[in-house]
Design a binder for this molecule. Structure first.
Ligand SMILES: Nc1ncnc2c1ncn2[C@@H]1O[C@H](COP(=O)(O)OP(=O)(O)O)[C@@H](O)[C@H]1O
Ligand SMILES: [Mg+2]
Length: 222
């Protein structure tokens, strides 16, 4: 069977920071196919978050080394980056919720990019609540939630707009074992439902749990 174009391709990526003498990655190459559950792991400081910044337009990657659907991200205009971001659902270690807004407001936040009517927003919200039980918390401000609850809200927000793929950067970094497994289960469900998942983690419990429960592809940054 012919392989499809990779969603993300990294070719011989190396990168240094001006005020950090050690170069990162040393010619990292990998490719993430659509519908894949791809796990990138490696010790702290190996450049995983830097790579996420390349993929989300926060940093410009070196040329000809980071490709999205075969297009070199280093050549992207601001508009191209906006289009790319609309296709992503991003989950961070520190949730990055709008703390004063309610759970409901946080979850539906990405939908405001699309000028959807209230009925559609409500129906998308209900769909996501069937997968991630947060109904009882909808009117609470995010700042009053526990860590596990906050990360579930962040997952709901990432999954609500039918994103082409999910990038999760150390999503369980602040969570206990039980909440780590809840996050893993939600990501597995999302993958089974057809999402592409790019998970970055150095959490050994999460890695072991995923390996046991699901077919994931693991790439280790040395
Ligand atoms: N803006 C920056 N300026 C200088 N050095 C940085 C910057 N961001 C990250 N670094 C350094 O680059 C290395 C990789 O960081 P990071 O991408 O956050 O790694 P990881 O997510 O794998 O822990 C670390 O040594 C970090 O201190
Ligand atoms: Mg990191």
């Amino acid at each position: 069977m012919e392989k499809s174009i990779p969603l993300i391709e990294i070719r011989n990526l190396s990168r240094g920071y001006r005020d950090n003498p050690t170069p990162l990655f040393e010619k990292l190459s990998l490719s993430l196919q659509p519908k894949e559950f791809f796990v990138l792991t490696g010790h702290s400081g190996t450049g995983k978050t830097t790579l996420v910044k390349f993929l989300t337009g926060k940093l410009t990657p070196p040329e000809k080394s980071v490709f999205y659907n075969a297009q070199d991200i280093s050549t992207f205009t601001t508009d191209d980056i906006q289009i790319l971001r609309k296709r992503l659902g991003i989950i961070f270690q520190d949730y990055q919720l709008l703390e004063d807004l309610t759970v409901r407001e946080n979850i539906v936040y990405p939908l405001h990019l699309y000028e959807l009517g209230e009925t559609i927003i409500e129906s998308k919200l209900n769909q996501i609540l069937q997968k991630i039980p947060l109904k009882h918390l909808l009117d609470k401000p995010a700042k009053l939630l526990s860590s596990g609850e906050k990360q579930r809200v962040a997952l709901a927000r990432a999954l609500i707009h039918d994103s082409e793929f999910i990038i999760a950067d150390e999503p369980t970094g602040n969570l206990d074992r039980e909440n780590t497994q809840i996050v893993a289960d939600i990501l597995i469900q999302a993958h089974k439902a057809g999402n592409t998942v790019f998970l970055i983690t150095h959490d050994i419990h999460l890695l072991n749990y995923l390996k046991e429960k699901h077919a994931v592809k693991i790439h280790i940054i040395k």
